[in-house]
Design a protein around this ligand. Structure first.
Ligand code: FAD
Length: 137
Protein backbone atom coordinates (compact mmCIF):
# COMPACT_ATOMS: atom_id res chain seq x y z
CA UNK A 1 0.00 0.00 0.00
CA UNK A 2 1.25 3.46 -0.83
CA UNK A 3 1.53 5.56 2.32
CA UNK A 4 1.23 9.31 2.10
CA UNK A 5 1.13 12.20 4.56
CA UNK A 6 -0.77 15.44 4.14
CA UNK A 7 -0.50 18.56 6.31
CA UNK A 8 -2.68 21.66 6.05
CA UNK A 9 -3.55 24.79 7.96
CA UNK A 10 -6.97 26.42 8.10
CA UNK A 11 -8.96 28.91 10.13
CA UNK A 12 -12.23 28.51 11.93
CA UNK A 13 -15.21 30.00 10.12
CA UNK A 14 -16.82 32.01 12.90
CA UNK A 15 -20.14 32.26 11.07
CA UNK A 16 -20.68 28.48 11.33
CA UNK A 17 -21.23 26.66 14.64
CA UNK A 18 -18.36 24.42 15.67
CA UNK A 19 -18.56 21.46 18.04
CA UNK A 20 -15.09 19.93 18.10
CA UNK A 21 -16.28 16.79 19.94
CA UNK A 22 -18.79 16.07 17.20
CA UNK A 23 -16.24 16.95 14.49
CA UNK A 24 -13.62 14.59 15.89
CA UNK A 25 -16.13 11.77 16.39
CA UNK A 26 -17.05 11.94 12.68
CA UNK A 27 -13.39 12.18 11.68
CA UNK A 28 -12.49 9.13 13.77
CA UNK A 29 -15.38 7.09 12.38
CA UNK A 30 -14.53 7.91 8.75
CA UNK A 31 -10.77 7.55 9.25
CA UNK A 32 -11.10 4.15 10.94
CA UNK A 33 -13.12 2.99 7.95
CA UNK A 34 -10.45 4.34 5.56
CA UNK A 35 -7.36 3.27 7.58
CA UNK A 36 -6.29 6.89 8.00
CA UNK A 37 -4.48 8.17 11.08
CA UNK A 38 -3.31 11.57 12.26
CA UNK A 39 -3.68 14.49 14.54
CA UNK A 40 -5.66 17.72 14.61
CA UNK A 41 -4.42 20.70 16.62
CA UNK A 42 -6.89 23.52 17.26
CA UNK A 43 -6.00 26.66 19.20
CA UNK A 44 -9.46 28.19 19.12
CA UNK A 45 -8.89 29.95 15.78
CA UNK A 46 -6.45 27.91 13.69
CA UNK A 47 -6.50 24.25 12.68
CA UNK A 48 -3.37 22.28 11.81
CA UNK A 49 -4.05 18.74 10.70
CA UNK A 50 -1.82 15.88 9.66
CA UNK A 51 -3.43 12.92 7.90
CA UNK A 52 -1.65 9.72 6.94
CA UNK A 53 -2.75 6.73 4.89
CA UNK A 54 -3.39 5.42 1.42
CA UNK A 55 -3.21 7.93 -1.43
CA UNK A 56 -6.80 7.45 -2.67
CA UNK A 57 -8.38 7.58 0.81
CA UNK A 58 -6.25 10.59 1.75
CA UNK A 59 -7.23 12.41 -1.40
CA UNK A 60 -10.98 11.75 -0.98
CA UNK A 61 -10.87 12.80 2.67
CA UNK A 62 -8.96 16.00 1.97
CA UNK A 63 -11.54 16.96 -0.67
CA UNK A 64 -14.37 16.46 1.86
CA UNK A 65 -12.48 18.44 4.51
CA UNK A 66 -11.65 21.26 2.09
CA UNK A 67 -15.38 21.68 1.32
CA UNK A 68 -16.41 21.78 4.97
CA UNK A 69 -17.95 25.17 5.87
CA UNK A 70 -16.71 24.99 9.47
CA UNK A 71 -13.31 26.24 8.35
CA UNK A 72 -11.84 28.49 5.68
CA UNK A 73 -8.57 29.75 4.18
CA UNK A 74 -7.11 26.26 3.78
CA UNK A 75 -3.43 26.16 2.91
CA UNK A 76 -1.98 22.81 1.90
CA UNK A 77 1.46 22.78 3.49
CA UNK A 78 2.67 19.37 2.33
CA UNK A 79 1.53 16.15 0.67
CA UNK A 80 4.20 13.54 0.24
CA UNK A 81 4.90 9.81 0.17
CA UNK A 82 6.28 8.49 3.44
CA UNK A 83 7.68 5.20 4.71
CA UNK A 84 5.92 5.12 8.07
CA UNK A 85 3.19 6.81 10.05
CA UNK A 86 3.99 9.40 12.73
CA UNK A 87 0.63 8.95 14.46
CA UNK A 88 -0.17 5.25 13.98
CA UNK A 89 -2.33 4.95 17.09
CA UNK A 90 -4.95 7.61 16.43
CA UNK A 91 -7.71 7.49 13.86
CA UNK A 92 -7.57 11.24 14.66
CA UNK A 93 -6.11 12.69 17.84
CA UNK A 94 -7.48 16.08 18.89
CA UNK A 95 -5.19 18.51 20.68
CA UNK A 96 -7.32 21.53 21.54
CA UNK A 97 -5.45 24.17 23.49
CA UNK A 98 -3.90 27.61 23.36
CA UNK A 99 -1.93 27.71 26.57
CA UNK A 100 1.60 28.50 27.75
CA UNK A 101 2.86 25.04 26.81
CA UNK A 102 1.61 25.46 23.23
CA UNK A 103 3.20 28.92 22.99
CA UNK A 104 6.44 27.66 24.52
CA UNK A 105 6.53 24.79 21.97
CA UNK A 106 5.92 27.21 19.06
CA UNK A 107 8.66 29.48 20.42
CA UNK A 108 11.15 26.64 20.67
CA UNK A 109 10.79 25.72 16.99
CA UNK A 110 9.82 28.99 15.32
CA UNK A 111 10.95 31.80 17.68
CA UNK A 112 7.41 33.16 17.53
CA UNK A 113 4.10 32.27 19.15
CA UNK A 114 2.25 32.35 15.80
CA UNK A 115 2.49 29.87 12.98
CA UNK A 116 2.55 31.35 9.50
CA UNK A 117 1.29 28.60 7.15
CA UNK A 118 2.87 30.37 4.16
CA UNK A 119 6.34 30.21 5.66
CA UNK A 120 6.43 27.34 8.09
CA UNK A 121 8.89 24.48 7.65
CA UNK A 122 6.85 21.28 7.50
CA UNK A 123 9.41 19.12 9.32
CA UNK A 124 9.50 21.56 12.25
CA UNK A 125 5.71 21.68 12.24
CA UNK A 126 5.53 17.88 12.43
CA UNK A 127 7.99 17.99 15.35
CA UNK A 128 5.72 20.51 17.09
CA UNK A 129 2.68 18.29 16.57
CA UNK A 130 4.54 15.25 17.88
CA UNK A 131 5.60 17.24 20.96
CA UNK A 132 2.01 18.35 21.59
CA UNK A 133 0.73 14.83 20.94
CA UNK A 134 2.61 13.57 23.99
CA UNK A 135 -0.20 15.14 26.04
CA UNK A 136 -2.72 12.91 24.27
CA UNK A 137 -0.94 9.64 25.04
P1 FAD B 1 -21.74 14.77 5.98
O1 FAD B 1 -21.38 14.51 7.41
O2 FAD B 1 -22.83 13.97 5.34
O3 FAD B 1 -22.01 16.32 5.81
C1 FAD B 1 -22.49 16.88 4.59
C2 FAD B 1 -21.91 18.27 4.41
O4 FAD B 1 -22.18 19.09 5.55
C3 FAD B 1 -20.41 18.25 4.22
O5 FAD B 1 -20.08 19.25 3.28
C4 FAD B 1 -19.87 18.64 5.58
O6 FAD B 1 -18.64 19.31 5.44
C5 FAD B 1 -20.96 19.54 6.13
N1 FAD B 1 -21.10 19.42 7.58
C6 FAD B 1 -21.07 18.29 8.33
N2 FAD B 1 -21.25 18.58 9.62
C7 FAD B 1 -21.42 19.92 9.71
C8 FAD B 1 -21.66 20.82 10.78
N3 FAD B 1 -21.73 20.40 12.04
N4 FAD B 1 -21.76 22.13 10.49
C9 FAD B 1 -21.67 22.57 9.22
N5 FAD B 1 -21.45 21.76 8.16
C10 FAD B 1 -21.33 20.45 8.40
N6 FAD B 1 -13.51 14.08 8.13
C11 FAD B 1 -12.84 12.91 8.02
O7 FAD B 1 -13.36 11.94 7.44
N7 FAD B 1 -11.58 12.79 8.50
C12 FAD B 1 -10.92 13.82 9.11
O8 FAD B 1 -9.79 13.63 9.58
C13 FAD B 1 -11.61 15.07 9.22
N8 FAD B 1 -11.01 16.14 9.77
C14 FAD B 1 -11.65 17.34 9.77
C15 FAD B 1 -10.98 18.48 10.23
C16 FAD B 1 -11.59 19.72 10.21
C17 FAD B 1 -10.84 20.93 10.70
C18 FAD B 1 -12.91 19.85 9.72
C19 FAD B 1 -13.58 21.19 9.69
C20 FAD B 1 -13.60 18.73 9.26
C21 FAD B 1 -12.99 17.47 9.30
N9 FAD B 1 -13.63 16.33 8.84
C22 FAD B 1 -12.95 15.15 8.73
C23 FAD B 1 -15.07 16.34 8.52
C24 FAD B 1 -15.33 16.35 7.03
O9 FAD B 1 -15.25 17.66 6.54
C25 FAD B 1 -16.73 15.74 6.72
O10 FAD B 1 -17.72 16.44 7.43
C26 FAD B 1 -16.76 14.28 7.11
O11 FAD B 1 -15.69 13.56 6.50
C27 FAD B 1 -18.10 13.61 6.71
O12 FAD B 1 -18.22 13.71 5.33
P2 FAD B 1 -19.61 13.49 4.61
O13 FAD B 1 -19.44 13.68 3.15
O14 FAD B 1 -20.18 12.18 5.10
O15 FAD B 1 -20.44 14.71 5.09
Amino acid sequence: MNLSRLVYHSQRNRSVALDTKQLIATAQRCNSRDSLTGMLHFDGQNFIQVLEGGRAELSATYHRIANDPRHTNLILISCTEVRERLFPNWSMGLHEASNERVKETYMRYFATTRIDPKQVNVDSLLDVLQDLAVELA
